[in-house]
Design a protein around this ligand. Structure first.
Ligand code: BG6
Length: 484
């Protein structure tokens, strides 16, 4: 990391995101030596009037992931918490931000920043409604001030708007205050190990290069399932629904990495250029290629209106109009309160022409990348059943990370992404034109749902979702394989 003083300012410090994700990620970076007490200070900012110690007490319980903390763990926790200072203030009043700036500057001076640059990272763990005012306050009162270089960067979290228009408004408001190179839009799926592996897999392996196209691939599925509902955050969720919460961002980002052409280089702009091209090639989604669901009991949540038609489940087919993918359905599927918790990519290959083994019924070649839990990738393929008979069976070439990389801790997505923001690497962040293109794909569909023209079908919690979704899958050409 560069020399000089680094201030990390977590706005919305007493909220859920900060407690559950931001501070634990910072703690892990601290433990790995990336945040050195001599150079780094962390500030929490929120409206609640509490002391430094009260904030530390609120965070403490979230820092150690595994149960049974050792004494070394507790020591690290104490040292880390000492780095955190709290400033209270509102999100639109000058005084709060002036005070914040004063505190940051005080620490910069105390840590002798004259020897290096001052770097200020503002992490907005806040609802987007306050982004514009907070960004304005930062721009006016809290920018880094040394002449010796350094920077000010802003990290924002989805939801970035609710549709194309609101997203564009938000982008322009922030864009007037900060340069695109200062804005880091987090999609935490881009920080997941197996999502980051996609580029390597695709472009560093001869196996895949000639096969990755419409001549060989029949369909691609990108699936997100959770086995719990929206309890505790029904109020937020009901405003957005599963398409805005998961599909428009997390699954679409994965789709880009699966479908994009080879970038000119690994430079962030080259990679993001290719992702934008994929998004711009997606055709309008057809009503008869969408299946929506809402689980029974969703509306029992007191924060959800009794007549809500917000989908908690959706399956849809995206079609990419280009030379590589024409005719190959990309099936995106996401749901809450389903039978399992899993996120995976399933690339299903076409049947072997002139099948002399009559093994078609056993299933197709399929390449599965399991993002979570238990990161793995495996290829389903047909082999001879061991024994005297010449019969075939479907088996797997299996790379399970738990076995292959025993003892290796896979970093949390947020940890990686925060480190990237400190390093100034925007590869795994969403660029403004990418965001726009993503909203362009979904906005017409979302408006039809919002207007009640498309309604979700009920499904039982703990099920696979509505049957219509499986029918859509079959129609799109997906052949069920064993174990799916
Ligand atoms: C968030 C969504 O972005 O991702 C949540 O708002 C969802 O609804 C979460 O539960 C899933 O993240 P992960 O990393 O647990 O798959």
């Amino acid at each position: 990391l560069e020399n000089g003083f680094l201030s990390i300012i977590v706005l919305g410090a007493s909220g859920d995101l900060a407690k559950k994700k931001t501070f634990p990620a910072l703690f892990n970076l601290f433990r790995q030596g990336f945040l050195h007490p001599k150079e780094v200070h962390i500030f929490g900012y929120a409206r609640t009037k509490i002391t430094d110690d009260e904030l530390r007490d609120r965070i403490r319980g979230y820092l150690i992931r595994d149960k049974g903390a050792s004494s070394k763990d507790s020591e690290d926790v104490t040292k880390f918490l000492q780095l955190i200072k709290y400033v209270s203030g509102s999100y639109d009043a000058e005084e709060g931000f002036q005070l914040l700036d004063k505190e940051i500057s005080k620490h910069e001076v105390s840590k002798n920043s004259a020897e290096g640059s001052s770097r200020r990272l503002f992490y907005l763990a806040l609802p987007p409604s306050v982004y514009p005012s907070v960004c304005k306050m930062i721009r006016h009162f809290c920018m880094n001030k040394t002449d010796l270089g350094g920077w000010t960067r802003i990290v924002v979290e989805k939801p970035f708007g609710k549709d194309l228009q609101s997203a564009e408004e938000l982008s322009s408001q922030i864009g007037e205050l900060f340069d695109e190179r200062q804005i880091y839009r987090i999609d935490h799926y881009l920080g997941k190990e197996l999502v980051q592996n996609l580029l390597v897999l695709r472009f560093a392996n001869r196996f895949f290069l000639p096969l990755w196209n419409r001549d060989n691939i029949d369909n691609v599925q990108i699936v997100f399932r959770e086995d719990f509902g929206t309890e505790g955050r029904g109020g937020y969720f009901d405003q957005y629904g599963i398409i805005r919460d998961i599909i428009q961002n997390h699954l679409l980002q994965v789709l880009c990495l699966v479908a994009m052409e080879k970038p000119v280089s690994l430079k962030p702009e080259h990679i993001r250029d290719e992702k934008v091209k994929v998004l711009q090639s997606v055709l309008p989604i057809k009503d008869d290629e969408v299946a929506l669901g809402q689980y029974d009991g969703y509306r029992d949540d007191p924060t959800v209106p009794d007549n809500s038609n917000t989908p908690t489940f959706a399956t849809m087919v995206l079609r990419i109009h280009n030379e590589r993918w024409e005719g190959v359905p990309f099936i995106l599927k996401a749901g809450k309160a389903l039978n399992s918790r899993k996120a995976e990519i399933r690339v299903q290959f076409k049947d072997v022409p002139g099948d002399i083994f009559k093994c078609k019924k056993q299933g197709r070649n399929e390449f599965v990348i399991r993002l979570q839990p238990s990161e793995a990738m495996y290829m389903k393929l047909t082999v001879k059943q061991p024994g005297l008979e010449m019969s075939t069976v479907q088996s797997e070439l299996d790379l399970s990370y738990g076995q292959r990389y025993q003892g290796v801790t896979i970093p949390e997505a947020y940890e990686r992404l925060i480190l990237d923001t400190i390093r100034g690497d925007q590869q795994h962040f969403v660029r403004r034109d990418e965001l726009k293109a993503a909203w362009e794909i979904f906005t017409p569909l979302l408006h039809r749902i919002d207007d009640g023209e498309l309604n979700p079908l009920p499904y039982k919690p703990g099920s696979r979702g509505p049957e219509a979704a499986d029918e859509l899958l079959a129609k799109a050409g997906y052949v069920q394989t064993h174990g799916y």
